[in-house]
Write a protein that binds this ligand. Structure first.
Ligand code: ADP
Length: 468
C-alpha cells in the first residue's frame, strides 16, 4: 500500500510536540510491515534542512486565489529516516524559523496543502491513502473530494488523525477564494459555526477519523472546543488508536544523548549516574528524589498550577526533594517558575526553552515525571518515562488513563483524578513514600522498562483501518 503522511511536524526535521514524534516514527514502522509510507511536510529554516542533501522533484507555481506562490518539492536523498521524506519549499511563506505562530499561518498551511495536491495531481499513478495529521492538513479531504482541478484524486482514501482537537485553524469566509474552484453548494462542508474550520471540515470529509488514544475519542464527544456535536455525529467512522513510541530513538541501552546507558538489569546504577550528572549541572541534591516536568507550559498541561504545586511541595518537604522543570510557553508561568529558583536554591531549578537532549537526560536521570494535564489526547512523555524507568505521576485523562496503572492497583505509576494543587500535592506525597521503599521502587522500575509501547501494534492498526 502507498501511504502519504501530510503533517506540519516530523521529528527530527521539525518538532514542537508529540505530533512530530508520531509522524517521525509511524511511517518507518509501516514500511517495516511491507508498505510504502512517505512524509510530505513543509520546509522551514531548521538545521536538518541545512545539514542534509535533497534533490528537487517538483518546481512549479500554485495559487491562493489571485496570489501566485512558487513551490519546490525536494526529496531527502539517503532515506536515512526509514521512509521517503519530501519537503515543500514555498518562498516567503514557509521559509521561517518556527513551525507555527505567525499571523499568516492560514495562508502558509493552505499554500502547502494546495502545493502538495498540485504535485500529486500530475503523478502518473495514485497513492492508496492520504493520511492527514491535525488541522494544518485538514482541507485536503475536502479539496480532493470537491475541487474541480483535483477530480482525478477523488477516489484516494483520506484519513484524519486528531492529535489535538483544541486547535482547529479557523479562518473567515472572506478567505474562501483561496481555495481552488468547487461547486459552492458544497461550502457547508468547510464550515463550523461562523467560520471556515479546517479540523471540522476534515472530520466531515475524511473517509475515516482517528484519535491518538481510545479514551480521548470518548472524551471529545463531550469536550472538544466546540466540535463535540460534530464528533459525536461522525463517531461511526471514528476509531481511537493509541500512539506508540519509537523504541529505536528512545532506548536507554544505546541513547547517545544520555550520560550513562543502561538496561533493565543495570537500571539502578544507570539511573544513579544520570541523576548525579543532571544534579551537578542544575545544582540539585542527588541523594533526594528528583521530580520533573517536561512540556509546553500551557493550561492544557496544567502548567499554570505548577508554581503553586512546587512551592507547596518544596516548603512542606523541608529540603527532602528536588524538582527540575524543562519547558516553555506562557510567559507568566515561565516567570513564576523561574522565580522559585530564588526561594529553593539547591532543591529546585528550571530550564526555560526547548532542548531535545536535555529531555532525554531528564527521562534517564529523574525518579518521577509529573503530568497533571487537563487535556491529554495521548501523551508521549509518560511512555518515554516508563521506558527509562521513571515513575509517571499522571492525571487520569485521555491517553494517560490508557497507559498508566496506579501502584495501588498493582501497576507502576501514580494516578490522581483532578488537575488541582491538592490532588497533585497528595500524589507527590505518595511518590515520596514509594521512593523510601527501595525494594518496591526498584522492582517497579524494572517492570516499567519491560512494558511494550512500541509502534508495531499501532502501525498495523492503521493499516487495518486503511484496508477497511
Ligand atoms: P504535546 O504534543 O501535547 O506537546 P506529547 O506528550 O504528546 O505532548 O509530546 C511532547 C513531546 O515534546 C515529547 O517528546 C517531549 O519530550 C517533547 N517536549 C516538550 N517540551 C519540550 C522541551 N521544552 N524540550 C524538549 N522536549 C520537549
Amino acid at each position: 500500500m502507498e501511504i502519504i503522511h501530510l503533517s506540519a511536524e516530523c521529528y527530527p526535521i521539525a518538532k514542537v510536540g508529540g505530533l512530530g514524534d508520531v509522524v517521525g516514527a509511524l511511517p518507518k514502522y509501516q514500511n517495516k510491515l511491507g508498505h510504502f509510507a512517505k512524509v510530505v511536510m513543509p520546509a522551514y529554516n531548521t538545521k536538518f534542512m541545512q545539514e542534509n542533501e535533497f534533490e528537487e522533484v517538483y518546481n512549479s507555481w500554485g495559487n491562493l486565489g489571485e496570489r501566485a506562490f512558487h513551490v519546490r518539492i525536494k526529496k531527502e536523498v539517503t532515506n536515512k529516516l526509514g521512509f521517503d521524506l519530501f519537503i515543500v519549499h514555498i518562498d516567503g511563506l514557509m521559509d521561517r524559523d518556527l513551525v507555527y505562530g505567525y499571523p499568516d499561518d492560514t495562508e502558509r498551511f493552505l499554500a502547502y496543502q494546495i502545493g502538495v495536491l498540485d504535485w500529486i495531481n500530475q503523478w502518473e499513478h495514485r497513492p492508496d491513502v492520504i493520511h492527514c495529521h491535525d488541522h494544518h492538513t485538514g482541507l485536503v479531504p475536502f479539496m480532493t473530494a470537491n475541487c474541480e482541478k483535483y477530480k482525478s484524486l477523488n477516489q484516494i482514501r483520506t484519513i484524519l488523525t486528531i492529535h489535538n482537537a483544541q486547535y482547529q485553524g479557523q479562518f473567515g469566509w472572506d478567505k474562501l477564494h483561496y481555495l481552488p474552484a468547487f461547486d459552492l453548494w458544497k461550502a457547508g462542508l468547510l464550515g463550523w459555526k461562523t467560520a471556515i474550520n479546517p479540523l471540522a471540515s476534515a472530520i466531515k470529509c475524511a473517509w475515516r477519523v482517528t484519535t491518538v488514544s481510545p479514551s480521548y475519542l470518548d472524551e471529545i464527544s463531550h469536550s472538544a472546543n466546540g466540535l463535540e456535536g460534530l464528533l459525536a455525529s461522525e463517531r461511526g467512522k471514528s476509531a481511537g488508536i493509541l500512539n506508540g513510541i519509537d523504541n529505536e530513538v528512545w532506548n536507554a541501552a544505546n541513547d547517545p544523548m544520555i550520560d550513562k546507558c543502561y538496561t533493565v538489569r543495570t537500571v539502578d546504577n544507570g539511573k544513579k549516574a544520570n541523576k548525579e550528572a543532571l544534579c551537578s549541572v542544575f545544582n540539585l541534591d542527588p541523594t533526594k528524589p528528583l521530580f520533573t516536568f517536561i512540556g509546553r507550559l500551557v493550561g492544557e498541561k496544567g502548567a499554570d498550577l505548577l508554581p503553586d504545586i512546587f512551592h507547596n511541595a518544596l516548603a512542606h518537604s523541608h529540603g527532602n526533594i528536588n524538582i527540575l522543570v524543562l519547558g516553555s510557553g506562557d510567559p507568566v508561568v515561565e516567570a513564576r517558575l523561574s522565580e522559585l529558583n530564588n526561594w529553593f536554591q539547591g532543591n529546585y531549578n528550571t530550564y526555560i526553552g526547548y532542548n531535545e537532549k536535555l529531555s532525554h537526560q531528564i527521562y534517564a536521570g529523574a525518579d518521577f515525571l509529573l503530568m497533571p494535564s487537563r487535556v491529554e489526547p495521548c501523551g508521549l512523555n509518560q511512555m518515554y518515562a516508563l521506558r527509562y524507568g521513571t515513575v509517571p505521576i499522571v492525571r487520569r485523562i485521555g491517553g494517560l488513563r490508557d497507559t498508566v496503572v496506579d501502584i495501588g492497583d498493582g501497576g507502576f505509576g501514580i494516578c490522581h483524578d483532578q488537575t488541582s494543587v491538592w490532588d497533585v500535592g497528595h500524589a507527590i506525597g505518595r511518590a515520596y513514600d514509594l521512593y523510601q521503599d527501595k525494594k518496591r521502587i526498584k522492582k517497579i522500575r524494572k517492570d516499567m522498562m519491560q512494558l511494550d509501547h512500541s509502534w508495531d501494534k499501532a502501525a498495523q492498526q492503521y493499516i487495518d483501518l486503511y484496508q477497511m
